[in-house]
Ligand binder design. Structure first.
Ligand code: IVH
Length: 676
């Protein structure tokens, strides 16, 4: 077989198996067999680079937008849907629709009902069958171009499965995260000390905007398609919505399989009632049912309002609730000292899990809802993982406890709680509070910080309670005997833990910055600061304005970093860590090699440079301390202009901002580069 033929055959087979796995949940081959097909295709394409095609399954991952995502305009605005909350709302919708369509009273309208996927909508453009663009809904008129990330969603075809694809078609659908992928992702985040995502929708929406498409691929996003949009002058492909869904499925697009034709609104009501219960059996979140008029010609007749189509509505399921006894109200102290009340409940099943705790947010919320210890309470699982207490179910004649009061002292260290004026959150301000120390140590040791394996909750509790550890630096002074003497520890685990702690002395500098728990400095901020300054000494010398010249560092973060580094107890802590042998710089930052001659200057790139990519130019500038911005303002120092520049060049001219071409940029970089 000729290589071109074998390549075509392999691409077809691989897509077939992707469909079996991602669309039909019924794989026909093992992962190893799938990988073997992929490897054969990769090898053949490597040997015949002229046969590589962007729609090949080997070409899903790759590419990274240099300056975040560009905005793109939708062909036809992406509207949202009006809502219906009960059978009466559905009847009203049906009556309005029949009237707008000019149907006789009493005529039966044909609908299609679909599950409403709780994700985010995406518009996919296919040109001559090939996926060329994916844009988020955004404000409905313009969204973000997330093509590189949509390509890694293996449920979506890179090429439509048909010999006669339309010249141009936009396919709309919903991207979502299945429960299993969501649970796995949050477990990883918790282990890493990062805040968990509240629900799969937030997680999916965060994932589709990540700047690294390989990381997006690992998240395990899926998608369902439900709409075809053609250019206005193109003849319709089909006449009904049911046929649209069949057309999409025949092209190899994922279509949620529980859709149904309904003759009349009574059948719609029955579908909604059934799925209100049955939805728990699904592998993804659905928050309702979308009810759509089946006949496409009738849709044109009824039209849209400014916001919604008149031919569809979203029936929203009520949030899941349960009633249980509130045993007591306790408070938590976080690593920043925030004190938050929560309800300890008699265990109760709700939405597939057993609930024993629910959040009460803050003191004001408890008072507003008048929730008291011993009350029978209604709890609700909305969009968040942790359920919330809605309010008490008052039992006539049953005596109630007094209204709950926030403790005046911290239950863990007894220091007085304070609440800054105009804030609702009470705080324990004692930096040595054992509860704060425990939380801080867990964060310090977490995977995305110092990455000390084996330093989990149980060990941290014991280290703090026994008095062995009161600060981060104490970790580096532990000896094997003392650790081995802790409960359920033993000599081997103790020595493993100490090895891990020792290893953390030389982790990358950004990890230390993240681990210190500076307010507003998450992993991204820590990486940006470490990349820009390279060492604690340099960071300490940087005034707030210079901190702000770093990409992703704004005024609030800069102020917080400055405040942290100026606080005497933190200065002492950093000195103590340094004395304990913790590395305070990146390996290549020694001997003054971090050189930031362009600090405080902002560059804007526009157009294509003949000899360097946007990423290379950005990297070179950022390394020298410059900031690279997406738009021109009076603060812009230089605009770098390549071929086919956009409106940014014009704006720069109007504002009188100096321009550089590639040669000018190279000269500037060369002149500023550090001597070897
Ligand atoms: S049809 C004209 N079908 O729900 C609107 N939307 O609340 C066409 N959604 O923005 C949308 N599942 O993101 C449609 N099966 C489904 C859906 C669905 C989820 C989302 C979509 C839309 C939002 C409206």
């Amino acid at each position: 077989m000729r290589p071109a033929q074998r390549i075509a055959q392999l691409r077809d087979r691989i897509r077939h198996h992707e469909e079996c796995y991602y669309l039909h949940d019924s794989p026909e081959i093992t992962d190893a067999e799938f990988d073997a097909l992929m490897r054969e295709l990769l090898d053949l394409e490597a040997a015949h680079p002229e046969l590589v095609d962007p729609t090949s399954p080997t070409q899903r991952v790759g590419g990274r937008p240099a300056e975040g995502f560009a905005t793109a305009r939708h062909l036809v605005p992406m509207l949202s849907l009006d809502n219906a909350y009960d059978a009466a709302d559905l009847r009203l919708f049906d009556e309005r629709l029949a009237r707008a369509a000019g149907l006789d009273a009493g005529s039966v309208v044909e609908y299609v009902t679909e599950l409403k996927i709780d994700g985010l909508s995406l518009a996919l453009t296919y040109e001559r069958g090939a996926l060329v663009r994916a844009v988020t809904r955004g404000d409905g008129v313009e969204g973000e171009d997330v093509t590189v990330n949509a390509r890694v969603i293996r449920a979506l075809p890179l090429r439509l499965r048909t010999d006669a694809p339309p010249a141009f078609v936009e396919i709309r659908g919903e991207v979502y995260l299945p429960h299993a992928a969501f649970t796995r992702m949050n477990a990883d985040r918790e282990e890493a000390g990062e805040p968990a995502f509240a629900n799969p929708r937030n997680a999916a929406s965060g994932a589709i905007r990540m700047l690294d498409s390989a990381a997006v691929a690992r998240r395990g996003l899926r998608a369902f398609c439900y709409q075809i949009v053609l250019p206005v002058d193109a003849p319709p492909l089909v006449e009904t919505h049911a046929a649209t869904l069949e057309q999409l499925a025949s092209w190899g697009c994922p279509v949620e399989r529980h859709w149904q034709r309904c003759a009349g609104i009574a059948e719609v009501e029955a579908y909604c009632a059934r799925w209100r219960e049955t939805r728990r059996t699904l592998a993804f979140d659905t928050d309702g049912v979308v009810v759509k008029l089946d006949a496409l010609a009738l849709r044109d007749r009824v039209g849209t309002t400014a916001k919604f189509p008149r031919w569809a509505t979203a029936f929203k399921f009520p949030p899941e609730q349960a009633t249980t006894r509130l045993v007591t109200i306790a408070v938590n102290v976080g690593r920043t000292g925030a004190v938050t009340p929560y309800a300890v409940l008699e265990p109760v099943p709700l939405g597939g899990t057993t609930i024993q705790m629910a959040t009460l947010h803050n003191e004001q919320e408890v008072a507003r809802r008048d929730v008291r210890e011993g009350d029978l309470v209604i709890i609700e699982k909305g969009g968040d993982i942790i359920p919330k207490v809605i309010g008490p179910v008052l039992e006539p004649d049953a005596p109630r406890a007094d209204p709950w009061r926030m403790p005046t002292t911290c239950p863990f260290c007894e220091s007085h709680l304070v609440r800054p004026p105009d804030e609702v959150i009470w705080r324990c301000e004692n930096t040595s509070c054992p509860a704060r120390i425990r939380r801080s140590l867990l964060h310090f040791a977490s995977r995305r910080a110092m990455n000390i394996e084996g330093l989990g909750e149980v060990v941290v509790d014991q280290l703090v309670t026994s008095g062995l550890v009161g600060t981060f630096a104490d970790l580096y002074r532990l000896d094997v005997e003392a650790v081995a003497a802790l409960e359920r520890m033993g000599a081997l685990s103790a020595s493993n833990l100490l090895k891990e702690i020792d290893k953390s002395r030389s982790v990358e500098f950004w990890r230390l910055l993240h681990a210190l728990g500076i307010r507003h400095v998450g992993e991204g901020g820590a990486r940006a600061l470490a990349m820009a300054f390279g060492s604690m000494d340099r960071l300490r010398q940087a005034p707030a304005a210079e901190l702000q010249s770093v990409p992703d560092i704004g005024a609030i973060v800069a102020a917080s970093v400055r405040a942290f580094l100026e606080e005497p107890s933190n200065i002492a802590l950093i000195a103590d860590l340094a004395a304990a042998g913790v590395r305070m710089a990146d390996a290549d930052a020694g001997a003054g090699r971090i050189h930031r001659p362009l600090a405080g200057q902002t560059f804007v790139l526009t157009g294509t440079l003949p000899g360097m990519t946007r990423e290379e130019a950005t990297e070179a500038l950022v390394t020298l301390g410059a900031k690279v911005a997406g738009s021109v303002s009076r603060k812009t120092s230089y605009v770098v202009v390549g071929a086919d520049p956009g409106s940014k060049a014009e704006k720069a001219r109007t504002l009188g901002i100096p321009e550089l071409d590639e040669a000018g940029l190279r000269a500037l970089i060369m002149a500023r580069q550090a001597p070897p």
